[in-house]
Design a protein around this ligand. Structure first.
Ligand SMILES: [Zn+2]
Length: 63
């Protein structure tokens, strides 16, 4: 589990920032992987994370 694609833009320019947590350098989002799926967060200027709600029907389709 070294490289994976960004669930938002599909870029491979993704870095690991924590256990199960990754950051996309192309669209500047952070995302985490779990058995329940992918959660995406936007990073605010003050470093705060804001949950990005997945669109209905898209959750589970992302692998
Ligand atoms: Zn991205």
């Amino acid at each position: 589990m070294d490289t994976l694609n960004c669930p938002s833009c599909g870029s491979r320019n993704v870095g690991k920032v924590g256990t199960g947590q990754f950051y996309c350098w192309d669209c500047y989002i952070e995302f985490s992987l779990s058995h329940r799926g992918i959660r995406m967060y936007s990073v605010e200027q003050d470093g705060e994370l804001t949950r990005i709600e997945p669109q209905l029907g898209s959750e589970g389709a992302l692998r």
